[in-house]
Design a protein around this ligand. Structure first.
Ligand code: GDP
Length: 171
């Protein structure tokens, strides 16, 4: 009938990149946590906003939980990849995780939009979204629509622009 299409979006990134803060920004008032606890180990966060379901988790912990998080890939139609733009040291780790995600059998070969948030743009010395894109080699992604936005999850700056792009893509 006229039932709205259900969409599932993954929210991934290293620990401390700002996933919980971004997710909280999009939750309804009553669902908001009073405080965001830094995620430790394998922590899955789920919430729904209208017909869009979000599932978030950390890509860290030496891949100990890789099998657990990878099983979410096939049920998702797009991904939000959150990067701490001020964490230059771990940008190579981010790139490795991105490559593993894109090469995963449940994602490679699919039309799978990827939204990057170059988060923490407010931090002094944070890399620009252009530098992040270059550092991650995003120009190599030819078979998937992707978009990068600089964001400040504390104020919400940049978040709406990104989510609007992703909504258009998964519609
Ligand atoms: P997660 O581990 O990826 O879920 O990261 P969190 O959302 O828990 O954020 C980790 C820390 O970074 C917290 O102290 C947040 O307040 C802080 N944080 C998140 N986004 C931003 C941002 O855009 N700018 C700044 N300055 N801090 C942020």
């Amino acid at each position: 009938g006229l039932k709205k299409k259900e969409v599932n979006i993954l929210v991934v990134g290293l620990n401390n990149s700002g996933k919980s803060t971004i997710i909280n920004h999009f939750k309804n008032e009553e669902e908001k946590l009073p405080e965001i606890v830094p995620t430790v180990g394998f922590n899955v966060e789920k919430f729904k906003n209208r017909n869009v379901g979000f599932t978030a988790f950390d890509m860290s912990g030496q891949g100990r939980y890789r099998d657990l998080w990878e099983h979410y890939y096939k049920d998702c139609q797009g991904v939000v990849f959150v990067i701490d733009s001020s964490d230059r040291l771990r940008l190579v780790v981010v790139r490795e995780e991105l490559d593993l995600l894109l090469q995963h059998p449940d994602i490679s070969g699919r039309r799978f939009p990827v939204l990057f948030f170059a988060n923490k743009m407010d931090v002094r010395d944070a890399l620009s979204s252009v530098k992040i894109a270059a550092g991650l080699g995003l120009e190599r992604i030819l078979d998937k629509p992707w978009h990068i936005c600089a964001s400040n999850a504390l104020t919400g700056e940049g978040l709406q622009e990104g989510v609007e792009w992703l909504t258009q893509q998964v519609r």
